[in-house]
Design a binder for this molecule. Sequence first.
Ligand SMILES: CC(C)(COP(=O)(O)OP(=O)(O)OC[C@H]1O[C@@H](n2cnc3c(N)ncnc32)[C@H](O)[C@@H]1OP(=O)(O)O)[C@@H](O)C(=O)NCCC(=O)NCCS
Length: 179
Amino acid sequence: MLNLTAEYQAWSDELPALFRHVFTTSEGEAEGLAVSSLSSDLLNSTPKDDLVVVLALDDRLLCGCILFSRLHYDQDPRQVFLMSPVAVRTDRQKTGIGQKLISFGLGHLRKQGVDFVVTYGDPAYYGKSGFQPITETDAQPPMTLSMPHGWLGQSLRKSNMPIKGPSRCASAFNKPELW
Ligand SMILES: CC(C)(COP(=O)(O)OP(=O)(O)OC[C@H]1O[C@@H](n2cnc3c(N)ncnc32)[C@H](O)[C@@H]1OP(=O)(O)O)[C@@H](O)C(=O)NCCC(=O)NCCS
């Protein structure tokens, strides 16, 4: 049976290998390495309060993982998190795990008082989980986006847009090539 959890400490060491395998299979070796390295940077260098990790486990098998990291908007009181990266084990894809994991992660963030979640990816897929295209005026990305149509967001509570001012990401995301 699938178990969704935000208790990830016991699994930390296995997460970069999951990202590496999943992204190597879907996008090639270079992307596999890049996302795996991003995930270990996020896990090792992000302050505890700025990182949320959710896992999908089937018994003792790690089936999926999402990393959420804080985006700081110093001129706005709202709490904003970035959802990235997202991976579902290759042989378990398209069985609903991704949707369940996203929905669990958003519920967990809502309980923690998070106001708004952004992501940067495929609008067709993330639209199924309530993400809508947003503009760089609605919420400024921390760096220049190479694919602005992939900038997506959703409110977890009543919220007026825009979110004010520039944003700062976790140091692991401080690389222009990731945007
Ligand atoms: C993208 C990913 C996270 C989706 O997880 P998943 O468990 O395979 O997806 P689900 O089974 O929850 O998909 C649910 C729905 O989304 C659709 N879907 C899945 N991947 C999709 C994609 N890349 N684009 C559009 N729709 C997609 C499914 O067909 C399904 O549609 P339906 O509900 O209408 O039948 C997973 O396939 C994955 O890890 N891919 C490789 C890594 C990646 O691309 N990560 C995302 C970028 S960070």
